[in-house]
Write a protein that binds this ligand. Structure first.
Ligand code: JHZ
Ligand code: ZN
Length: 408
């Protein structure tokens, strides 16, 4: 289903339905890898790959054309550790308690998580005596999960791996579905691993929020797909799973939480969102027309705002060496001429350069020490949490999304 171009591949068929009926929605040109932070003295030149978004007219899945090799995306130095956001860990803790209660989980149950990262989610089940199994291919986060006492298989999850694993009462997959190049195989693996009365609970960023907020910075090579309920419903049905409940969540700029089971149940929440999407036209290519222009306008407005502040003599830095931050800086062309450096709480990112731009990542304590005039919130999805922590910083914040502005 793919043809090889240099080191990445370009898909020739839809990642979900296999049809060859896609229209291009947006091209971001050649982009660095969003989580590819580099050492300042790295010998290897930085790699860039084209990034092009398509809409499948047959099943309405939005997806990128390119497959960058998985070991480049999630290899040795993968720097994303889920536990650096307290609000995210709390979100998952509450979710774990709800599942333990509603699914009556106990010592004879099994909760398996796909992309368990550093154990931010599974540890809440383990603390309540529920057996868990984590799967994650990234060595650093997997080691952190093991150090927390969790059982982890350091591998990519596939349908073939699913055949080897014990069947689970609950299969979790938060922010992993988009990371998978072979979407239909991955969902088939979930169905294979689930007990007959089990549930798969999966969170994905919602395409509708992405378009409405112009959150184009969440488009990068790690994210092969961008989901609507219409596309998800078809995808799960093809694997013999019923999407019985969907909830909209504010996390990661707007997400969906899906509950999929082997048995069909009443599904008012799913039907309501399907109706809303049909009314909005999300199942048609026309919905995405004009998106590219909005992206270009946002980038232009961000550069204009930062240039004006800089012209007034302001010192500007950025907060959040997030994957989305790397995309925003590169798409807008914002670098050392406008920003001085980036701060982040994740110690694994300190001392490295942001992908594609010569901006150093430093500890967040420097905000209080140096008091720059403005902080551009690259991790805008965590704005309330970040601002609440910065009690000793007295300058102002700039958000890029949904439109660039200085916060009051
Ligand atoms: P954050 C991630 O993208 C990773 P990113 C991944 N690619 C994915 O799929 C999506 O999420 C959904 C830091 N931070 O979570 C931590 C602070 O410094 O928006 C992170 O480096 N202080 C798998 O990378 C960055 O900001 C804080 O108080 O875009 C946030 O990255 C908080 C809350 C975060 O995800
Ligand atoms: Zn399709």
């Amino acid at each position: 289903m793919t043809t090889t171009v240099n080191t990445h591949e370009v898909i020739t068929a839809c990642r979900a339905c296999g049809a060859d009926d896609r229209v291009e929605v947006l091209s971001l040109g050649d982009m660095p890898l969003a989580d590819g932070l580099r050492a300042p003295d790295a010998a290897e030149p930085e790699r860039r790959f084209p990034l092009t978004v398509d809409f499948c007219r047959a099943c309405s899945l939005v997806q990128i054309q390119e497959n960058v090799p998985a070991d480049l995306l999630f290899g040795e130095d993968y720097p994303y550790y889920s536990s650096f956001s307290d609000a995210w860990v709390e979100h998952c803790r509450e979710n774990a308690l709800e599942l333990i209660d509603t699914r009556s989980l106990g010592a004879n149950s099994l909760v398996t998580e796909l992309a368990c990262n550093d154990g931010y989610f599974l540890r809440h089940f383990a603390e309540h005596g529920v057996p868990v199994l984590g799967i994650d291919p990234a060595p650093g986060p997997a080691a952190a999960a093991r150090a927390a006492g969790l059982d982890v298989r350091e591998e990519f999850f596939t349908d073939a791996l699913a055949a080897e694993l014990p069947r689970a009462d609950v299969v979790l997959g938060n922010n992993v579905l988009a990371h998978v190049p072979d979407l239909s195989g991955f969902v088939a693996g979930i169905a294979r691993m689930l007990k007959d009365d089990g549930v798969a609970m999966i969170e994905v960023p919602y395409m509708r929020d992405l378009v409405e907020k112009c959150a184009f910075d969440t488009i990068y090579h790690e994210h092969h797909c961008y989901f609507s309920v219409s596309a998800l419903d078809r995808l799960f049905a093809a694997a013999g799973l019923f999407l019985n409940e969907v909830r909209r969540l504010p996390t990661h700029g707007g997400s969906l939480r899906l509950y999929a089971e082997k048995r069909q149940g009443p599904r008012p929440t799913v039907d309501r969102l399907l109706d809303e999407e049909r009314e909005l036209g999300m199942d048609r290519a026309a919905y995405y027309e004009g998106f590219g222009e909005r992206v270009r306008d946002l980038c232009r407005d961000l550069v204009a705002l930062l240039s004006r502040l800089k012209g007034e003599g302001a010192r500007i830095v950025a907060y959040g060496a997030a994957a989305k931050g790397a995309m925003l800086l590169n798409a807008a062309g914002v670098g050392p001429d406008l920003l001085e450096f980036v701060v982040d709480r994740n110690v694994h990112k300190h001392g490295l350069l942001m992908p594609g731009v010569e901006l150093l990542v430093r500890d967040t304590v420097v905000l209080a020490e140096e008091q720059p005039d403005y902080v551009l919130l690259l991790a805008w999805n965590h704005a309330p949490e970040i601002i609440a922590q910065q009690t000793e910083y007295h300058g102002r914040y700039v958000v890029p999304v949904p439109r660039p502005e200085v916060l009051a």
